[in-house]
Design a protein around this ligand. Structure first.
Ligand code: B12
Ligand code: SF4
Ligand code: SF4
Length: 275
């Protein structure tokens, strides 16, 4: 079979260039919308698809990324990023660390990746290319698991797209949901209108995340960031205890920047431990 195919490939045939050109032309589609109009359409589609907040940023905003971790390394022809945040459910975060909060980690990753796929199809339907960046570790291209670097930083992308700032807990802190969000980015060759950067820092520097991190992985000194190895060990320990995916999430749970901090008011008033 293989031999026959090879023989056929070698046959000299005349290629119908005109038909191919016609077909390619027909694939160019209708007149494309303006940059602002397309940005508006993608936002509307994403919100309908389930996004809680949507932001846009240009590739250049990631120019300081380490080698191999730039959006260009994933979609070389791309120009813009569509960044989506999806919130965790308050009750589930408040139960962390638990089997249910671990389950939500898996559910949310599946959910945002499905959403990113749908949004990418929508962008393709408008005549452009699109490619989602994997939500989490299984997308890591690392030589050693302990490198802890994803294919591209979702948090840097979200900050560039005006969706929040770096919290002391090393997470994206959004004004509306605090760190209780997961992020997904879609890369596209469409030129989109970037969103303005957030002009204030929602992290109030209360140090609750430092105090309650069970691994003592978070430093009160912002310039230090977190000890990823310590955090990872804690995630593995939580996996063993809860029987779910390896998540801890206490730095999300104790942060008072949330849509509903009622539980925090209650615990603080009653001098009860947060975890
Ligand atoms: C690896 C990883 C981990 C590692 C390391 C965490 C970490 N802080 O980096 C471990 C396993 C410990 C971990 C734990 C958790 N994770 Co995690 N994790 C990731 C993953 C897959 C990659 C993160 C990464 O690349 N880090 C490396 C880089 C960015 O950090 P860095 O080494 O400090 O980088 C330096 C340089 O490399 C450089 N740099 C790197 N990229 C860029 C880009 C630009 C433009 C610039 C200027 C610089 C730059 O800047 C840094 C400072 O110099 C992301 C998904 C993703 N693809 O982004 C999720 C992600 C960060 N995790 C997430 C979450 C929620 C968690 C946990 C709560 C666990 C859980 N329940 O899910 C904990 C929280 C720990 C914490 N407080 O940070 C969410 C965060 C959501 C949010 N609100 O911010 C993400 C974004 C997943 C998602 N899709 O939503 N995680
Ligand atoms: S996930 Fe848990 S161990 Fe890791 S930094 Fe947050 S609180 Fe600490
Ligand atoms: S707990 Fe306090 S210090 Fe930590 S990230 Fe949230 S607001 Fe910032």
């Amino acid at each position: 079979m293989e031999k026959r195919l090879m023989e056929r490939d070698a046959v000299e045939v005349e290629i119908d260039v005109d038909s191919i050109a016609k077909l390619l032309e027909s694939q160019q589609g209708e007149k494309r919308p303006s940059r602002d109009e397309l940005t508006k359409q993608i936002r509307a589609f994403a919100l309908k698809a389930g996004a809680d907040r949507v932001g846009f940023a240009l590739y250049e905003s990631m120019d300081e990324a380490p080698e191999g971790r730039h959006p260009r390394d994933i979609l070389p022809t791309g120009k813009s990023m569509v960044v989506i945040v999806k919130r965790y459910l308050e009750a589930t975060v408040d139960s962390a660390p638990s089997f249910y909060s671990a389950l939500q980690y898996t559910q949310l990753n599946t959910y945002i990746e499905r959403m990113a796929f749908d949004i990418s199809c929508f962008i393709e339907d408008q005549g452009y290319r699109a490619m989602p960046v994997p939500a989490t570790q299984y997308g890591m291209r690392v030589t050693s698991y302990m490198d802890f670097v994803g294919v591209m930083s979702q948090r840097h992308a979200a900050i560039a797209a005006g969706l929040g700032t770096w919290g002391l807990n090393d997470l994206l802190i959004t004004p509306d949901f605090g760190p209780r969000v997961r992020i997904i980015t879609i890369l596209t060759d469409a030129e989109l209108t970037p969103s303005p950067k957030l002009d204030r820092d929602p992290c109030i520097g209360c140090n609750l995340c430092v105090k309650y991190c069970p691994a003592h992985a978070i430093s009160a000194d912002r310039s230090i960031g977190i000890d990823k190895g310590k955090c990872m060990l804690c995630l593995m320990e939580t996996k063993r205890k809860t029987g779910g995916e390896g998540t801890c999430g206490i730095c999300q749970k104790v942060c008072p920047v949330a849509r509903d901090s009622a539980h925090l008011r209650e615990v603080l008033a009653n001098h009860v431990s947060l975890v």
